[in-house]
Design a protein around this ligand. Structure first.
Ligand SMILES: NC(=O)c1ccc[n+]([C@@H]2O[C@H](COP(=O)([O-])OP(=O)(O)OC[C@H]3O[C@@H](n4cnc5c(N)ncnc54)[C@H](O)[C@@H]3O)[C@@H](O)[C@H]2O)c1
Length: 323
C-alpha cells in the first residue's frame, strides 16, 4: 500500500496510542517509540482491540478497514528508527518539563529535514519552554489534543515565538488531512485556549458549589441537559449570534449590560485550588464527598467507558449531520 508518509510518535500511553490510530486511519506509516517494550506491546494489543471494536460499532475513523490500519503501525525502542525519514513527529511523554526537554534534545539530534514538523502533545507547558535550546526550534509547535483524541478531534496548534510559518500552516493542513479539527493560536499563552475556557467555567462552578447555591448533580445538569447540548454542535460565539433575531450586535445591545453586571458578581478565583490550608482541603473534601456519592470510586472505570462510548456515538452522529 502506498502511504502519504511516515510519522514518528514518541510515547505510547493514552495519547500516543490515539495518535497512532488517527494517523493510521488515513494511511500514514506510523512508527511508535517508547522506552519500555512492554508498554509498546500493550499499546499494540490495545489498538488492535479498539479498532476492531470501533469497526463493529461503526465509529472507526478513516476509509481503510481495521485490519489494514493495524498493519500500518510499527513499534520500536530505537528512537532513530522512529524519527528518521518522518514528515511529522508527535511527542506524548508524561507532562514533565525536564523529561520533555531531555527527549526533545535527543529528537533534535536526529532531525533530518527542515520540513519535518516537531509537535508536542503537552497540555499545559508553553512551547518556548520546551524548545528554546533546540537546534530545530523553528520547526517546533504544540499540537494539543483533547481526551479522548480519537473521538474528540479538536487540536490546538500553539507556536513558540520562533516557530516558522511553514510549520504552522503545514501542521494545520496535516491535522485536517488526518481528520482532526485544528485551532491555530497566534502566540503561546498559559492554558492555551481550551484550558483557559475550561478553567473560567470551573471557577464559577466551584464558587457556586462552595457557596452552597446548588448541588454537584444539579450543577452538572446545567451543562449535561442544558448548555452542553447546544455546545456539542456550536460554540458560544455562534450561540450568541443565533440568540437574537439580528445577530450578535443585537444580542449585545439586548443582553450586554446584564452580562456585564452579572459578571461583576462572579467573584475571585477560588483559593481552594491551591490545596494549601486545612480550609482549602475541607472545601475540596465536601465537594468530593458529593461526587463520590454520585459516582463511587469502584464505578469510575465503568463511567469512563460510558463517557468514551457516548463520545464515540456523538462523533458518529456529528459526521452524519450538515456542518
Ligand atoms: N491524558 C490526557 O487526557 C491528555 C490530553 C491531552 C494532552 N495530554 C498530554 O499528552 C502527554 C502524554 O499524556 P498521556 O496521558 O498519554 O500519558 P501516559 O502516562 O499515558 O503515557 C506516557 C508514555 O510515555 C512513555 N515514556 C515515559 N518516558 C519516556 C521517554 N523518556 N521516552 C519515550 N517514552 C517515554 C511512557 O512509557 C508512556 O507510554 C502529556 O504531555 C499530557 O499532558 C494528555
Amino acid at each position: 500500500m502506498t502511504t502519504p508518509g511516515k510519522v514518528g510518535l514518541v510515547g505510547s500511553g493514552l495519547v500516543g496510542k490515539s495518535w497512532a490510530m488517527i494517523f493510521a486511519s488515513v494511511g500514514y506509516e506510523v512508527w511508535m517509540y517508547d522506552i519500555k517494550q512492554e508498554q509498546l506491546d500493550k499499546a499494540v494489543s490495545d489498538i488492535g482491540l479498539e479498532v476492531e471494536k470501533f469497526e463493529k460499532e461503526g465509529t472507526l475513523r478513516g476509509t481503510l478497514p481495521a485490519h489494514q490500519q493495524k498493519t500500518l503501525i510499527h513499534v520500536t525502542t530505537d528512537l532513530k528508527e522512529c524519527i528518521t525519514g518522518a514528515v511529522y513527529i508527535q511527542e506524548s511523554v508524561p507532562e514533565d518539563l525536564e523529561l520533555k526537554k531531555k527527549i526533545w534534545t535527543e529528537i533534535d539530534g536526529l532531525v533530518d529535514s527542515a520540513k519535518m514538523i516537531l509537535a508536542s502533545s503537552t497540555s499545559c507547558i508553553v512551547p518556548s519552554l520546551i524548545s528554546k535550546d533546540l537546534r530545530h526550534r523553528e520547526q517546533f509547535i504544540v499540537a494539543h489534543p483533547v481526551n479522548p483524541p480519537y473521538h474528540a478531534p479538536m487540536t490546538e496548534l500553539v507556536p513558540a515565538p520562533w516557530t516558522n510559518e511553514f510549520t504552522q500552516t503545514e501542521a494545520r493542513t496535516l491535522m485536517t488531512r488526518v481528520g482532526q479539527v485544528p485551532v491555530s493560536l497566534s502566540r503561546e499563552l498559559p492554558g492555551f485556549v481550551l484550558n483557559r475556557m475550561q478553567y473560567a467555567l470551573l471557577n464559577e462552578c466551584w464558587r457556586l458549589l462552595a457557596n452552597k447555591v446548588v448541588s454537584v448533580d444539579d450543577l452538572d445538569v446545567v451543562m449535561r441537559d442544558g448548555l452542553g447540548l447546544r455546545y456539542a454542535f456550536m460554540g458560544p460565539m455562534e450561540t450568541i449570534h443565533l440568540n437574537a433575531p439580528n445577530g450578535a450586535a443585537q444580542y449585545c445591545q439586548t443582553y450586554g449590560n446584564t452580562i456585564y453586571k452579572v459578571s461583576q458578581d462572579l467573584g475571585p478565583v477560588p483559593e481552594a485550588w491551591k490545596m494549601e490550608t486545612d480550609e482549602h482541603k475541607k472545601e475540596v473534601e465536601e465537594i468530593t464527598k458529593q461526587l463520590e456519592t454520585l459516582y463511587p470510586p469502584k464505578d469510575l472505570d465503568e463511567r469512563k467507558l460510558r463517557r468514551d462510548t457516548c463520545l464515540a456515538a456523538l462523533a458518529k452522529l456529528k459526521r452524519g449531520l450538515p456542518k
